[in-house]
Design a protein around this ligand. Structure first.
Ligand code: BG6
Length: 280
């Protein structure tokens, strides 16, 4: 079942329920902000004090950073403009009792052309079942090529950040945004301080291990992964976040960032795919 809901301030989202899961997707930013498998707690973290307002990004869920990750394009705002742009719902399919597919689209407009002077089509296809599958498809509709960096900036809900391990990034080149240094990662990732790094040449599945569950993350059309937790000081200064919010999530972002940028020629298409599922 798919229902369109509207908050008092006009903020619209889709509520999806089938036999395997439930989910919520805001039309602003095609932003998935809930994904719960039947009788399990949410896989995604959503800040209790997040804004749900037109023009402001939701803190949590899966913001889409596009057409620039972070400040990879210094002429654009941090993480680009897709996460605060209004998408249109172009198709919904109840494939079977356990699987629903939703596609949302954003195309260039007078406003986007002022920010970023390229014609484009951006589509997010979300398939919701006992796994969460996302395909972010970018088409260059311009007459000139453009450079794209992007991320599905997933906030995973965890029992406590100090008990989290991320496997699959050992021996990968790591750019630490905090020190601006690049080195080779040695071992799995654990957290005891602020963490903000981009891993490159990532070509296999990742595993996010927490006290209560393990999640597998498989990316396609991507060889970079961003891992982020703001920890205490930065977390307490961020919009839409309580001071102890940092304990409850880790971001593992399926990306095309830094050296993994893509150049799209006219009519060229790039697909970034991420599949998230609980490990059996
Ligand atoms: C991460 C970046 O992807 O997003 C961090 O690596 C950044 O540097 C974080 O702080 C959150 O960004 P924002 O714009 O949502 O506050």
């Amino acid at each position: 079942m798919i229902t369109v809901k509207t908050l008092e301030n006009g903020f619209e989202y889709l509520e999806i329920k089938n036999d395997s899961c439930s989910a919520k997707i805001a039309l602003q930013g095609a932003h998935i902000f809930e994904y719960k498998r039947e009788s399990e707690k949410d896989m995604l973290w959503l800040s209790q004090v997040s804004d749900f307002e037109i023009g402001k990004a939701i803190r949590g869920g899966i913001p889409i950073c596009w057409p620039a990750f972070g400040m990879n394009n210094p002429n654009l705002m941090q993480h680009g403009f897709a996460r605060t742009s209004m998408f249109e719902q172009i198709s919904t399919k109840e494939i079977d009792e356990r699987t629903t597919e939703v596609t949302l689209r954003l195309v260039h407009s007078k406003k986007s052309l002022k920010l970023w002077n390229y014609k484009f089509e951006l589509e997010l296809k979300v398939t919701l079942s006992d796994k969460l599958e996302m395909e972010l498809k970018t088409t260059n509709l311009d007459e000139k090529e453009f450079t794209l960096t992007q991320a599905l900036h997933t906030y995973f809900s965890v029992s406590d950040i100090s008990e989290v391990t991320i496997k699959g990034l050992d021996a990968k080149p790591r750019f630490d945004a905090l020190t601006q240094k690049t080195f080779t990662q040695n071992g799995d990732i654990e957290f005891d301080a602020e963490f903000d790094s981009v891993f490159q040449k990532v070509d296999s599945e990742l595993e996010l291990k927490d006290k209560s569950r393990a999640i597998k993350i498989k990316n396609e059309g991507s060889s970079s992964v961003v891992v982020w937790n703001p920890w205490i000081e930065k977390g307490s200064q961020m919009s839409g976040m309580k001071s102890d919010g940092y304990r409850e999530f880790v971001c593992v972002e399926s990306a095309n960032a830094y050296e993994d940028f893509r150049v799209l020629k006219p009519l060229e298409v790039h697909r970034l795919k991420a599949t998230i599922c609980a490990k059996r």
